[in-house]
Design a protein around this ligand. Structure first.
Ligand code: HEC
Ligand code: HEC
Length: 220
C-alpha cells in the first residue's frame, strides 16, 4: 500500500513537470525571445511593458488578454500589416501567443511618458470627438466604445489612454489606408475614413495625455 502511494506520487510529479515543460513561459519569451528567431518583446515594448512613445511602440502592460491575443493572430494572418510585428507574431506558436498575451495582461500599468502640450483649440476638437462625435458626418463619440477618457471597455475595445500619440495616429492612418483591416464590422475603418489629418493629430495627442487605468471589468 505504501509502495503504491509512492509510485502514485512519483507518477503524478512526472506528469506535472512534463506538463509545465510543454507550456511556454510568457515572461521568458518577453525577456529572452522564444529561442526560434523571435526577438525579446521588451527590446521594443520596454522592460515594464510601457512601450516607447518616441518610436511609436505601444504599451502592452494591462491590455485585455483577448485583445492582445487577437492582435497577434491578426499580424500573423496579415489582416493587420506591419513590417516589424508580422514576423514576430508569425514566429510564435499558438501556445506562445497565449502565454505572452496572458503575461502582458497581468502586468501593472507603468507611469506613462509626459505628454506634449496641445493648443486649446486642439484639446477642444479632441474632447468634442471623444465625447460627442461628429454626427452630421456619421462619426460616433469615441467614448461610446473606448470608455470614458479612453480607458477601454471589456475584452475587445482597447484602451487609448496613455498610448503614444504617434502610435494612435499610425493606427488611424493604417485604417484609412486599409493596412489595418482587422476590426469587427469595419467599425474603425469607417470611423477613420471620416477623420481628417487635423482630427487625427488632435485626438491622438489628447488620448496620449489621458491617465491609463485598468478598465472596470479588468480590475481585480
Ligand atoms: C523590433 C520591435 C518589436 C519587437 C521585438 C516586438 N514588437 Fe510588438 N510592436 C512593435 C511595433 C512597432 C508595434 C506597432 C505596430 C503598428 O503600428 O501597427 C507593435 C505592436 C504590438 C501589438 C499591438 C498592440 C495594440 O495595442 O494593438 C502587440 C499585441 C505586440 N506588439 C506584441 C508583441 C509581442 C508579444 C512581442 C514579443 C514576442 C513583440 N510585440 C515584439 C514593435 C515590436
Ligand atoms: C463602435 C465602436 C467604436 C467606436 C465608436 C470607436 N472605436 Fe476605436 N476601436 C474599436 C474596436 C473594436 C477596436 C479594436 C479593433 C481590433 O480588434 O483590432 C478599436 C481600436 C482603436 C484604435 C487602436 C488601438 C490599439 O491599441 O491599436 C484606435 C487608435 C482607435 N480605435 C481610435 C478611435 C477613435 C479616435 C475613435 C473616435 C473618433 C474611436 N476609436 C471610436 C471600436 C470603436
Amino acid at each position: 500500500m505504501k509502495l503504491f502511494a509512492i509510485a502514485l506520487f512519483v507518477c503524478c510529479t512526472l506528469i506535472a513537470s512534463s506538463a509545465s515543460a510543454d507550456t511556454p513561459d510568457g515572461a521568458s519569451i518577453v525577456q529572452r525571445g522564444n529561442g526560434h528567431g523571435v526577438a525579446p518583446c521588451m527590446a521594443c515594448h520596454a522592460a515594464d511593458g510601457g512601450g516607447q512613445a518616441a518610436a511609436g511602440f505601444p504599451r502592452l502592460a494591462g491590455l485585455p488578454q483577448a485583445y492582445l491575443r487577437k492582435q497577434l493572430d491578426d499580424f500573423a494572418n496579415g489582416s493587420r500589416t506591419n513590417a516589424t510585428m508580422q514576423p514576430v507574431a508569425g514566429g510564435l506558436s499558438e501556445a506562445e501567443r497565449d502565454a505572452v498575451a496572458a503575461y502582458y495582461s497581468k502586468l501593472p500599468i507603468p507611469p506613462g511618458a509626459p505628454a506634449s502640450a496641445s493648443s486649446a483649440a486642439s484639446v477642444q476638437l479632441a474632447q468634442t470627438l471623444a465625447t460627442r462625435g461628429r454626427w452630421p458626418k456619421g462619426v460616433p463619440a469615441c467614448e461610446q466604445c473606448h470608455g470614458p477618457a479612453g480607458i477601454g471597455v471589456g475584452d475587445h475595445f482597447p484602451p487609448l489612454a496613455g498610448q503614444p500619440a504617434l502610435y494612435l495616429g499610425n493606427q488611424l492612418h493604417a485604417w484609412q489606408q486599409a493596412a489595418r483591416r482587422n476590426d469587427p464590422l469595419q467599425l474603425m475603418q469607417s470611423i477613420a475614413s471620416k477623420l481628417n489629418d487635423a482630427d487625427i493629430a488632435a485626438i491622438s495627442a489628447w488620448y496620449a495625455a489621458q491617465p491609463a487605468t485598468l478598465a472596470k471589468e479588468q480590475q481585480p
